[in-house]
Write a protein that binds this ligand. Structure first.
Ligand SMILES: Nc1nc2c(ncn2[C@@H]2O[C@H](COP(=O)(O)OP(=O)(O)OP(=O)(O)O)[C@@H](O)[C@H]2O)c(=O)[nH]1
Length: 366
């Protein structure tokens, strides 16, 4: 419809720009706007020129409004536009979009009139008592008949204003998009940092195995699983490790501890957990219900340590290891598991170390 109007009206455009408007009917005395302007209107604003105002006021329907009165709601279909003669009207576009306050000679709702059954994009509420000029299709048709040049100019501005509003909305959305993207990036970075921090809290600094806190958290997570898994525990302790420190210094001692960690890491499956409990004491929790499998793991640890010791020339790469081994009862807690493995480890040490001891019930009751 706008295009049809344009094609029929553009001829009148230039004529209108130079015409004499003295013949316009002066209903302005009745409606008395304070802002109507005879200067060429700024396309970005919704202010009518003086000539437009006079014609709209003559052909439109005056409508009194009271402060707080709702003129239309966002989402409603509208077919009329309004010009403010007196008072102010607030437009609320919802969400966090900036609202607008319009005053005398400003118009709103024009898309309802021009497109017909257009969905209102804002709530329009009278912010004060006032007087509006309402234009429906019939009145607008009369406007076109009366002064097509003026209507053409008005339409051109109305369309430009819609385009400008749309462009500014696109710019705002782009900005918002960028803000959201950067907020998302910060969130990713914070999450990454948090994960790293959590990882650090769980990790032993020297060996990068789990530390005691990591073990506790792991056990808590295991308990939250609906189906508890049968596990075996290997408690691993260096034999005469103090001697390594005393004879070769603390740094060499550190390297030996890292070597023990590497052995445990090399045999731990994805569901197993290798941990440095503290000092020269380690453990390996293995998901298994097979004593033989657990014993194979334990023997491998001891044998690998022996192999590394034989490869050492002068500076030790490793020291002998003792291992206490047991299957653990998923219904009991860490203290019980540790007590059983520790009893076995104690026996291994008593027998001279460098060996594996399986936990027998008598060991704990003894
Ligand atoms: N290099 C080094 N030494 C540590 C570290 N943590 C603890 N130690 C030392 O490890 C040694 C452990 O000594 P003990 O508990 O007597 O153990 P051990 O000498 O292996 O004696 P047994 O277990 O009875 O064979 C102590 O001398 C601690 O100072 C560490 O992070 N690095």
């Amino acid at each position: 419809m706008i295009q049809v109007l344009f094609s029929s009206l553009t001829k009148d455009w230039v004529r209108w720009m130079t015409r004499d408007t003295a013949a316009s009917v002066r209903t302005r005395d009745l409606l008395n706007p304070s802002k109507a302007s005879s200067a060429p209107a700024d396309v970005a604003t919704a202010v009518l020129t003086e000539e437009e105002y006079e014609l709209f006021a003559e052909l439109g329907r005056p409508r009194r409004v009271e402060a707080g009165q709702l003129l239309f709601r966002r989402g409603e279909l509208g077919t009329t536009m309004f010009v403010i003669a007196r008072g102010v009207v607030d437009l609320d576009f919802g969400d966090d979009l900036v609202g607008k306050r319009l005053g005398p000679s400003e118009f709103f709702g024009e898309l309802g009139l021009l497109i017909g059954d257009h969905v209102r994009s804002a709530d329009a509420v009278a912010a004060s008592d006032g007087l509006l000029i309402e234009l429906r299709h019939e009145e607008f048709q009369r406007l076109v008949d009366r002064d097509p040049g003026l209507v053409s100019y008005f339409l051109r501005r109305a369309i430009l204003r819609v385009v400008l509003n749309e462009q500014s909305l696109i710019r705002r959305l782009r900005r918002r998009n960028e803000e959201l993207q950067s907020a998302l990036d910060s969130l990713y970075a914070a999450t990454h940092q948090l994960n790293q921090t959590e990882e650090l809290i769980r990790t032993d600094e020297l060996t990068s195995l789990y530390n005691r806190r990591g073990l506790t958290l792991h056990l808590q997570e295991c308990r939250q699983r609906t189906v508890p898994r049968t596990m075996g525990l290997l408690l691993v302790d260096c034999d005469r490790f103090k001697q390594v420190n005393d004879d070769h210094g603390h740094l060499i001692g550190d390297r030996v501890l890292q070597g023990v960690a590497n052995i445990l890491r090399s045999i731990a499956g994805p569901d197993d957990l290798a941990c440095r409990l503290g000092g020269d004491e380690f453990c390996l929790l293995v998901v298994t219900d097979q004593r033989e499998e657990l014993l194979r793991f334990a023997e491998f640890i001891v044998a690998t340590a022996q192999g590394l010791m034989q490869m050492s020339h002068g500076t030790p790469l490793m020291c002998p290891l003792s291992v206490g081994a047991c299957l653990v009862d998923p219904d009991k807690d860490w203290t019980d598991w540790y007590a059983r493995a520790d009893a076995a480890l104690y026996q291994a040490k008593r027998q001279g170390g460098n060996r594996v001891q399986w936990h027998d019930t008598e060991l704990t009751s003894a």
